[in-house]
Design a protein around this ligand. Structure first.
Ligand code: NAG
Ligand code: NAG
Ligand code: NAG
Ligand code: NAG
Ligand code: NAG
Ligand code: NAG
Ligand code: NAG
Ligand code: NAG
Ligand code: NAG
Length: 819
């Protein structure tokens, strides 16, 4: 259990595995390093190894700056080549820099010979250096002519200790800055006058804060050779602290690292490639909460300001931004969040009132709190008053109404200001209503299509119909004619709109062709990875001051060329607000890259399944946006396109949360051929339609099915398969059961916004059940789905979607005639 989770504990490990460093050929019989020996930072990858080959010291590329090198010690026999010590994390060196063993110790110098770093002897007057050696324990030792150890890497640790290593008074471990950078980070493990603890440092001055976690009193930390962590007390006795059980040391590698997120973790590794490092033990047990204890009080917590922190069961810290905020750095998510619009709280008038309070609304966030952002307490008040006070107060960013359930909706209303600090997420804290003030979505120029107009249209039709039913025959005929004319004009307009879009699309399909060099520059050498799509990795780049996403197709993929052509062809010809826009491409020798507009808010998957539930309105808008995008692909562009891989990971969100369909790597073009029986199943488990498994033709209805799965995910904010939920593991079955029982409230149990809009919830679930019909011809077209979602068409009761597993009474439904 632990080991599978721990695979993800440190993304760096996975990353580093790509920097396979080939050991140099055996360096003669002796493993001793003699005075005058040196290593050069280049692609030869020469190293000094320990006799068992378990550890080596040498230069390697830094993950965040590919042209720079780190002098480091690492595990040579684990596939990730995990670094345990480094000399120059803050200052990686250029190519052709050297490290020499001189008569005074190790000296690191740049290509021009300028000294950058040297070992400081911990003993004076012990004579010159005799030799040095990389030991099997992972310790690099420099020995003097009188056989004293002048310098040891074990005495000068960075962020990791190894079995056999001890930390004494005055020694510290400093975390790395991020998963991709070995710069000194924000956390320390440190002794202060006989007590050991974890603290944050002020990054601006380097000063240490008070402990956020007190480990123990004592005068030393011992990582003993069996992999146990112990504290040495001042009277000499040794106290065992962790872990209870260990795997046999002779079969495993061990390390204890102060991770960049402030968690001190003991790891083991079998040396086997598939397993990665397992976390055996870690402190603090809940780092998000550690920072809110009485001890350090204020502070930014492990996720930075304006963020929300949540710790996974394996210790990994998960950071999120509240609605209206985005990460300072999309790659290093633990650095904090900033408002999307700095002036978003609006202006204050002379009396401290919000100017234009009508342009703000509240998003409610269950289970979240920022305990240290309070500046005012109203008590006791009801929710209406709490909202009003925060809305009108131009300093107020968040209002938290505590314990309203205890006293008929009346409780303590805390008003909070920016920056919000120490945000945490605790699923068992449901005794408060937390409201964050955000600009109304409609205020943005890129406003997503609103669902309400659709509803209004329906109301108008209903009104006209009731008029029809209640008046004379002549008047009825007259009205019918008028209504038909109106509808005709309406659709005519619609058609023209569509044509206009298509024409515009044609003009803008002139994709730009980039050279590889241009894109290498734009991405600063493919530095910031945003994620992986099908068949390629996506990097952040900047082209003439605009951020772009550059997808680099994997060379190894046999199908690469085909994917590339498909993707360029498919999206090159499309233009729709709900499809991600392709700006250009590069097709040069073996390099195949695609350049897209960058979507600020990442994928729907991270939005939907993160700690924060997106607002109900946003989810409704996203659902109808995706439906429009698919309608366009299926029915409105010149060649019909089947996406084949619709899932939340492939839906991106721009800064106003407009949904954009992306990743057309698997798309199929239906050009003049009617039947498509494929031998290879495409798409993603959980979202693929049942006909992929039969020998029936594949049609646009496969996308309708995947959309149905995703629609339920959007309603319930949970994944289509969630194994730990056991009997509720398969979302579509779980949802159908509750739908069938007439108990839809269960699907949105903790979601107040949705619960207050059960009519809409029922409509969405019914649409999803239609989309999920086993029999493709029973599924509606995307255009019909769009109309139902927007309220332009009533949704008939769906039959049981599953061909073989329905109770008899479910399947009695008629097949309705959809337009
Ligand atoms: C050294 O390592 C780099 C990066 O891991 C690799 O590309 C290169 O081929 C290696 N060089 C040799 C001589 O093994
Ligand atoms: C390393 O050098 C020291 C001193 O010259 C010598 O005693 C020791 O045997 C050498 N070790 C190896 C493995 O050659
Ligand atoms: C390190 O060794 C190289 C090769 O012998 C030499 O050119 C360089 O000057 C030495 N650097 C130092 C700082 O001793
Ligand atoms: C720890 O550091 C303090 C101040 O730098 C020094 O006075 C003390 O001797 C050091 N203690 C040890 C055990 O090195
Ligand atoms: C390490 O500590 C554990 C628990 O305190 C103990 O059982 C074990 O014998 C120790 N191993 C060594 C090599 O000291
Ligand atoms: C050392 O001190 C600890 C408490 O700090 C105590 O539990 C232990 O018995 C002492 N050991 C000896 C040998 O005095
Ligand atoms: C930021 O908010 C202000 C005030 O609400 C608004 O006038 C401005 O247009 C917004 N800027 C952006 C880039 O959305
Ligand atoms: C909240 O309190 C105010 C003032 O006491 C009162 O006028 C209002 O009706 C209350 N609202 C609700 C929803 O109870
Ligand atoms: C979460 O909230 C519950 C209920 O208030 C509390 O008992 C628990 O300690 C909290 N957990 C954390 C980590 O704060």
């Amino acid at each position: 259990m632990m080991s599978s989770l721990a695979l993800f504990r440190n993304p760096l490990l996975i990353l580093l595995s790509s920097f396979l460093v080939l050991a140099a050929a055996a360096q003669g019989a002796s493993r001793n390093v003699s005075v005058g020996d040196f290593l050069t930072a280049n692609d030869q990858n020469l190293t000094w190894q320990s006799p068992s080959d378990d550890f080596e010291i040498g230069f390697r590329h830094t993950p965040d700056q590919q042209d720079r090198f780190l002098l480091a010690i690492w595990f040579a026999n684990v596939p990730e080549k995990t670094i345990v010590w480094s000399a120059n994390g803050d200052n990686p060196v250029e190519k052709e820099s050297k490290v020499n063993l001189t008569s005074s110790g190790l000296v690191l110098s740049d290509p021009s010979g300028r000294e950058l770093w040297r070992t400081k002897s911990n003993q004076d007057g012990t004579g010159g250096v005799s030799h040095a050696a990389m030991l099997d324990t992972g310790n690099f030792v420099i020995t003097s002519t009188n056989s004293d150890n002048i310098w040891e890497s074990f005495q000068n640790p960075t962020d990791t200790i190894l079995p056999g290593q001890e930390l004494g008074i005055n020694s510290t471990l400093s975390s790395a800055f991020s998963a991709r950078s070995y710069k000194k980070g924000r956390f320390q493990l440190r002794f202060t006058s006989e007590s050991l603890g974890l603290n944050r440092i002020d990054v601006y001055t380097g000063r240490s804060f008070q402990f956020y976690f007190n480990i123990a009193d004592g005068s030393g930390l011992i990582f003993n050779k069996s992999g146990h962590i112990q504290i040495k007390k001042s009277n000499g006795s040794v106290v065992h602290i962790a872990p209870e059980n260990t795997v046999p040391i002779q079969n495993f590698y061990y390390r204890a690292t102060l991770d960049f997120d402030g968690v001190f973790t003991l790891y083991s590794h079998s040396g086997n490639g598939d397993e990665g490092w397992s976390s055996l033990w870690y402190i603090p047990g809940d780092i998000c909460y550690s920072f809110t204890g009485p001890n350090p009080g204020l502070g930014i917590g492990p996720c930075g300001f304006n963020s929300i922190c949540q710790q996974d069961p394996d210790g990994m810290v998960n950071c999120q931004c509240p609605p209206g905020f985005s990460f300072l750095d999309a790659v290093n998510k633990h650095l904090g969040c900033k408002p999307n619009n700095q002036s978003y709280l609006g202006d204050c008038n002379e009396e401290g009132f919000t100017i234009g309070e009508d342009s703000f609304e509240f998003n409610s966030m269950p289970f979240v709190d920022w305990p240290y952002g309070d500046y005012e307490l109203l008590q006791p008040v009801n929710e209406t008053e709490c909202r009003r006070s925060c809305l009108l107060d131009c300093n107020c960013a968040v209002a938290s109404l505590e314990d309203p359930s205890l006293n008929n909706g009346i409780g303590n209303c805390w008003k909070k200001k920016l920056p919000l600090s120490n945000g945490w997420y605790n699923k068992s804290r449901n005794d408060r209503i937390v409201l964050i003030k955000v600009p109304k979505l409609g205020e943005s120029p890129l406003r997503p299509p609103n669902l309400n107009p659709g509803k209004k249209k329906q109301n108008q039709v209903v009104l006209i119909l009731s008029v029809l039913l209640g008046t004379s025959a002549f008047f009825n005929i007259f009205t019918l004619i008028v209504v038909s004319l109106l509808l005709f004009c309406f659709y005519q307009r619609k058609l023209q709109d569509l044509k206009r879009i298509n024409r515009k699309g044609e003009i803008e399909t002139n994709l730009r062709s980039f050279t590889y060099e241009e894109l290498e520059d734009a991405t600063k050498g493919f530095k910031e990875e945003l994620g992986k799509g099908s068949f390629g990795t996506v990097y952040k780049g900047e082209l003439s001051r605009n951020y772009v996403a550059v997808k680099k197709l994997d060379k190894v993929v046999q199908e690469g060329e085909k994917e590339f052509k498909t993707e360029v062809n498919v999206i090159g010809q499309t233009h729709h607000r709900n499809l991600v826009r392709l700006l250009g491409y590069c097709d040069e020798a073996e390099h195949r890259l695609l350049v897209y507009e960058l979507m600020q808010n990442g994928s729907l998957a991270s939005f939907l399944f993160g700690v924060l539930r997106p607002s109900w309105q946003q989810r409704l808008q996203i659902a109808s946006g995706i439906a429009r995008g698919l309608t366009y692909l299926h029915e409105e562009c010149s060649t019909q396109i089947i996406h084949c891989d619709i899932k939340p990971q492939n839906i991106l969100l721009d800064d106003s949360f407009t949904a954009k369909i992306s990743d057309f790597g698997l798309a199929k073009l239906l050009i003049n051929s009617k039947s498509h029986t494929l031998t290879v199943i495409r798409g993603t488990k959980g979202y693929v339609a049942p006909e992929w498994f039969r020998s029936t033709p594949v049609t646009v209805k496969v996308d309708v099915y995947s959309f149905g799965v995703m629609l339920l995910e959007i309603v319930c904010c949970r994944r289509c398969v969630e194994l730990e939920m056991e009997e509720a593991a398969i979302l579509i079955e779980w949802a159908y059961d509750y739908y069938n029982e007439g108990n839809l409230g269960k699907l949105v149990e903790n979601d107040e916004e949705a619960r207050s809009d059960m009519g809409r919830v029922e409509m969405l679930v019914k649409v999803a059940m239609w989309c999920l019909q086993d029999e493709p011809s029973q599924r509606p077209k995307m255009r019909t789905v769009t109309m139902m979602l927007e309220g332009a068409l009533l949704v008939p009761a769906p039959p049981c979607p599953f061909l073989y597993s329905c109770k008899p009474q479910d399947s009695s439904n008629i097949n309705p005639e959809f337009p």
